[in-house]
Design a protein around this ligand. Sequence first.
Ligand code: ZN
Length: 269
Amino acid sequence: MLPYFDSHLHLQSPKCVDQAQQWIEQAHAVGVQQFVINGTSPDDWPAVSELANTFPELVLPSFGMHPWEFVQGSTRWDSDSWFVELRDYLHRYPHACIGECGLDRWMENPDITTQSRAFSMQLELAAAFNLPISIHVLNAWGLCVETLKNSPLPARGIMLHSYSGSTETAKQLLDFGAYFSFSGHFLHQRKAALRETYTQLPLDRLLIETDAPDMLGPEDSLIHADSAPLNHPANLIGVAEGLAATLGIPEETLASQLEQNFHRYFLQA
Ligand SMILES: [Zn+2]
């Protein structure tokens, strides 16, 4: 059994929070050593912190404001009280990660101005405390690169979760110390071009994730298919196998490289 580390998932989600403890134990039993559980707004940060308190050795909590929270016409997050609360969580969990945050023009009615402002605020916070950050970007690569250029960045680098941009953009992002997290969703046949991008990236910049309970991979990659259509964190093993096949390297080589990357990015002070 090889040790693997899930860089991005959401077991606090209302879709699976009732099974989260059992899922963590099941995934741990097949080799998943740590889980970076990403909150998406102050609404689910308490559930993230509860899982971190229950499994202090296994769960690395991540607190952040997801770009989907910023919808045109909504006044819900008009005040920056979420940011005050975020700082408070980081005070309580000084080794937490920041995220999920980022930019998304693919969603319906994005408030891109507010997304961008919130993303910058979270980047600055990550830079100030040199914390890992989990970044979501869809249809907004130009703005993302521009924002990274104009922001202080954490010395440890940044992580693009489920990176689905081009090889050219990836090369630009490497200059910002980027890590690229590969998702099981990319093992679907139609994602061949994206898999090709991952073969062009440096091995010491790769991470893997399930994004559970979302982003289910293809049937033949699932270790734990019973929970479908929800994605179970044990499926990380299938993600790793798929990435090893994509890169044409032995699973043992990939596992040891991914472990080093995870430690360097998430755990080193
Ligand atoms: Zn996510």
